[in-house]
Ligand binder design. Structure first.
Ligand code: SF4
Ligand code: SF4
Ligand code: SF4
Length: 404
């Protein structure tokens, strides 16, 4: 049963309860738990638009290379690999920069970074969200050692898919319990080897050789600028090669020739418009009477996907990617984050979609039940509308109140 169907069932139960119970005085609303620092989702992007191919990178500098660090926090690794997407430009990255850390490519150690002078790393590209004590330690260390810190990729900019873990009301304890005792392979392992009491990894374990430690998992997953000060943002899951080239060219111009950097807070490779405005598909604003998955539709290549019943978040998503998903028949899931006009992506996209439900104009007697029917066709609505932006959402996380 989906979230919306759960809600519908709860409402029916509440109605039934109200029919027999006297009305209660509403208790003062408890503050929703929001441990994250001040949300900056409403930050207006300055924009550094990507050209079609992005600039060539300048190669070896006359007066020495600049220092570059790349760090992989809570993410899938795609952002780390994406530097290789710069095609032939990747050959000049090693000419331009001393790579002091890049986990996928060079063997830079934490102690080497800690030994460097503060501010001696010209630029750190930090990908992934912050979800454990090691991530937090490393991003704070890199901030201290770096002149420029870039929030690199959607997970770093908005929390990304790792931040969907914020929807688990019981936080890290519930996640660890599920992963190590409920997942079928874990459950089979625990019942075979630890039948008396399931074993869950601990952050500290004493062995004959000494103490072994693991990073502490946090209840909340944070976007990078909720933990440290960030200079530039480069959204995308992962960032596109044009944006990466623009960013590195700007850093090289600064390091080699003293060219002024873009204003702090600039988002690289974005436009000030929504994705819909750069999508070539034509919108007819048809009413949605049935929600479909892309695989269920033989899509028309010219028409808006929403007009064909497929939920697309383009109306609330920042433009800049060139509509690379919708051009190939896949809906936008919002990896570029909210467009400048919207305060947060999930609720704005949801509102845009819900405004197309045929509630009043076409069927004046359409009741809430019909709306519920349409909504229940959207699989995992919270996961769909907040797939990339949960850390920067107004919701931020699920909580348990009164044991619920
Ligand atoms: S933004 Fe996308 S590609 Fe980059 S780490 Fe997150 S999930 Fe992976
Ligand atoms: S809703 Fe999606 S498919 Fe439709 S125009 Fe906007 S981006 Fe394109
Ligand atoms: S279409 Fe949407 S999901 Fe796809 S790359 Fe562009 S912003 Fe990201």
């Amino acid at each position: 049963m989906g979230w919306w169907a759960d809600r519908k069932k709860k409402k029916e139960e509440q109605k039934a309860a109200q029919a027999v119970a006297p009305a209660k005085t509403a208790a003062p609303a408890k503050a929703t738990v929001c441990e994250a620092a001040e949300c900056s989702a409403d930050k207006e992007p300055v924009g550094l638009a990507a050209a079609d191919l992005g600039p060539l990178l300048p190669g070896a500098p006359p007066n020495g290379k600049f220092n570059l660090a790349v760090y992989w926090a809570a993410g899938c690794g795609g952002c780390d690999v994406s530097l290789l997407d710069t095609n032939e430009r990747v050959l000049t990255i090693a000419d331009m920069a001393n790579i002091v850390m890049w986990p996928i490519a060079v063997d830079g150690k934490e102690k080497d970074i800690a030994a460097m002078e503060d501010g001696s790393i010209t630029v750190s590209l930090i990908n992934g969200a912050v979800r454990n004590s090691e991530n937090e330690h490393m991003v704070k260390l890199l901030r201290k050692k770096s002149l420029i810190v870039v929030s690199y990729g959607t997970c770093a900019c908005f929390g990304g898919t790792p931040a969907l873990a914020n929807l688990v009301p019981g936080g890290k304890d519930e996640i660890l319990d599920y992963v190590y005792t409920k997942v079928p392979s874990s459950a089979a392992f625990q019942s075979k080897y630890n039948s008396a009491k399931p074993k869950i990894p601990q952050t500290s374990t004493t062995v004959p050789e000494g103490e072994l430690t693991l990073p502490v998992l946090y209840d909340n997953v944070y976007a990078l600028d909720q933990v440290i000060d960030v200079d530039y943002y480069i959204p995308g899951c992962p960032p596109m090669q044009e944006s990466i080239s623009h960013l590195l060219k700007a850093v090289a111009d600064f390091a080699y020739n003293g060219v002024a950097l873009p204003p702090k807070g600039t988002m690289v490779g974005v436009t000030s418009k929504t994705l819909c405005e750069e999508c070539p598909r034509k919108k007819e604003y048809k009413r949605i009477t049935e929600v479909k998955e892309p695989y269920q539709v033989d899509t028309n290549n010219d028409k808006c996907l929403v007009d064909q019943g497929i939920i697309c978040l383009g109306a609330a998503t920042m433009g800049g990617c060139g509509a690379r998903c919708t051009k190939v028949g896949q809906p936008c899931r919002g990896c570029y984050g909210p467009s400048p006009e919207v305060q947060e992506l999930g609720s704005s996209a949801f509102t845009a979609i819900a405004s197309l439900f045929p509630v009043i104009d076409e069927d004046p007697i359409m009741g809430e039940d019909k709306v519920d029917d349409i909504m229940s066709q959207i699989k995992d609505p919270l996961g769909y509308f907040y797939a990339f932006s949960m850390s920067k959402s107004l919701i931020k996380r699920s909580v348990k109140e009164g044991g619920q």
